[in-house]
Design a protein around this ligand. Structure first.
Ligand code: 8YV
Length: 313
């Protein structure tokens, strides 16, 4: 253990208080408000946050000696990267360790919506299953086309799983992946038109805000399904709700929403959706690995070793 303890501010207590191994001694300050940080602000050298809370400019301005932001998640859309760049604050993410779980959730939602697993569960519980009354037929995954938007670590894991379900895979990405065996679609309209199931796993932020709009939903069409394990901000949510209500798309599986944890009542009342409370990476195993990586990055920073999963920005 290093003799000098290092002050760390925690915006994501669920990760910072996990039993993760660490080589430095840290003084962990739980975040309440910028004002409440008080005299400790000058001592804070590290920040632990997550995808939902990020690191806004006002907070970074209150921490003049911050050296590193260790994000317990892969999303960095709520981190003020401009300030980080100017002040040379390092940013690390939990890249890699959560890809399998998030991909599992994408397939769970695909099965949930196409095979109507949740609706069928409700049917049994309501006592609607009777000798003369059977649950309506659902949709097979086999032979369907899955279009993946965002072919990064998570997209690759989703593609592997889709192949195991004997689906055909295509993708849209900012750049074509030369080594990818899957068909590339240069824009969202063309991948939506091609897909039976359109899966979103692209980064959030200004550049992707509302990229899935009415035109993309209409290109997906009345037999198409939309799955979102990315960020709520990438979809024009009112346009999605209208498309679901008017059956201009067949269904949706959503782990993320525009204004979490608020989910519009109109969305909850749609019978062709499966809704999850942003839990794609929320397994005991993965959350423990994420917390461990958060501290390994802090340890590396304060031992002046190379960071494990730095964000290039
Ligand atoms: C976490 C996420 O749920 O990785 C991300 O960006 O959104 C999720 O893995 C999140 O970091 C916890 O708030």
């Amino acid at each position: 253990m290093n003799a000098e303890p290092i002050d760390i501010l925690i915006l994501a207590p669920q990760f910072a208080h996990a039993q993760a191994p660490r080589t430095h001694e840290y003084i962990l300050h739980d975040y309440e408000s910028i004002e409440a940080i008080g005299a400790a602000a000058h001592r804070i050298r590290g920040l632990i946050t997550d995808g939902a809370r990020g690191a806004p400019r006002e907070l970074l301005e209150a921490l003049p000696n911050l050296e590193i932001i260790s994000v317990c998640g892969v999303g960095y859309d709520r981190i003020d990267l401009e300030t980080c760049r100017r002040r040379q604050i390092n940013v690390t993410t939990a890249r890699g360790v959560l890809s399998a779980d998030v991909a599992d959730m994408a397939l769970a939602l695909t099965l949930g919506v196409l095979r109507r697993v949740v609706a069928a569960d409700r049917f049994v519980r309501a006592g609607d299953w009777r000798p003369t009354h059977h649950f309506p037929l659902s949709t097979s995954l086999k032979g369907k086309r899955m279009g993946i938007v965002g072919m990064g670590d998570i997209g690759i894991e989703i593609a592997r799983r889709a192949q195991a379900f004997r689906m055909e895979v295509g993708y849209h990405n900012r750049r074509i992946k030369e080594d990818s065996p899957f068909s590339y679609h240069p824009d969202l309209i063309s991948i939506a038109r091609w897909s039976d199931v359109l899966v979103l796993c692209l980064p959030g932020g200004d550049a992707t805000r509302h990229v899935v709009n009415k035109d993309v939903l209409d290109a997906l069409g009345p037999d198409g399904f939309l799955i979102n394990v990315a960020r709520g901000s990438v979809i024009d949510e009112p346009a999605l709700i209208s498309a679901l209500q008017e059956r201009r798309i067949k269904g949706a599986g959503l782990d993320v929403f525009a204004d979490e944890p608020h989910v519009p009542p109109t969305l909850k009342s749609c019978d062709n959706v499966v809704l999850q409370p942003h839990i794609a990476s929320a397994t005991r195993e993965t959350r423990a690995e994420m917390a461990a990586l958060v501290f390994r990055n802090l340890d590396a920073q304060f031992a002046a070793r190379p960071l494990l999963t730095p964000l290039a920005f």
